[in-house]
Design a protein around this ligand. Structure first.
Ligand code: ARG
Length: 266
């Protein structure tokens, strides 16, 4: 992975500048830029804090131009600063984040990740930094008006998410689960009439609905969840540092300010 990033960085340099890299994917551009920062950080003697995420989840992490931005990115940056480390973002599939932590390739997972019993067998979670819920998105003219109507339907989710876990319960009631790599792909599939509903976290749901004609979020939330930062199981040293940093960010109001920057109060 590192080598690949470096190669991309070098080819960007050969092309003249990072901005000349327009034809490449946003991931590649960001990876290259991040690698450049990491090199500087390493030269300055700073240690690198590798954050694994899946930047398909606005407003927590998403692509904006060639950059990865969002609530989790800013929280992680603030944590890295407090730890005297340089943040490096690794944008991977959501269901690869836990394996990436287990193998030690990434230090922490910050991806709107819900604290969940099963995940706790494989990773440790920090103190929660926010709460969330799963909601149902449907077309405006859908006959689905609440969770009970999901029986027998085609439900789209992002692979490996709590939405996936929750929706899968409806398989017993003859629902079919369609698992997509990105939440927005599920939304697009629904607009195209391929599936009947999407189950996803409330804040990305709001963003996707605001960007798409003719769809809405049903009032009834399906779950209450807490987001936290994941680390490799047993990495107590890092976990304690992250918790201490999070506590300071909560105390100073910085955490709330970051959230408010991306989510307007209702
Ligand atoms: N909260 C959900 C979960 O933990 C969805 C998170 C998806 N995050 C992302 N960056 N794609 O399963």
């Amino acid at each position: 992975m590192k080598k690949q990033f470096f190669a991309l960085f070098m080819s960007a340099v050969l092309m003249g500048s990072l901005t000349a890299c327009n034809s490449s994917t946003p991931e590649a551009t960001t990876a290259a830029a991040t690698e450049a920062e990491t090199k500087e950080g390493a030269e300055a003697g700073g240690k690198v804090l590798v954050m694994a995420t899946n930047a398909e989840f606005p407003p927590y992490e998403y692509h904006d131009g060639g950059e990865i931005v969002g609530i989790d990115v800013e929280i992680s940056q603030a944590i890295a600063e407090k730890l005297g480390m340089t943040l490096e973002i690794e944008d991977i599939a959501f269901d690869s984040i836990i394996p990436e932590l287990q193998s030690g390739k990434a230090d922490m997972g910050a991806a709107g990740m819900t604290v969940d019993e099963d995940r706790l067998k494989n990773v440790d979670f920090s103190d929660p930094y926010t709460t969330a819920s799963q909601v149902i998105i449907v077309k405006n003219d859908s006959d689905i008006t609440g969770p009970d109507d999901l029986a027998g339907k085609y439900i789209g989710v992002q692979l490996g998410t709590t939405g996936d876990i929750y929706a899968s319960d409806y398989e017993e009631q003859d629902a079919t689960i369609e698992r997509y790599n990105k939440g927005f792909e599920a939304v697009q599939a629904m607009v195209q009439g391929k599936i009947d509903a999407v189950v996803i976290d409330v804040e990305p749901a709001k963003v996707f609905v605001s960007q798409t004609e003719g769809i809405k979020i049903l009032d009834e939330a399906l779950t209450v969840e807490e987001y936290a930062i994941a680390v490799k199981k047993g990495n107590t040293e890092l976990l304690e540092k992250i918790n201490a940093a999070l506590a300071e960010l909560k105390e100073s109001g910085e955490l709330q300010a970051i959230i408010d920057k991306y989510i307007s109060a209702e």
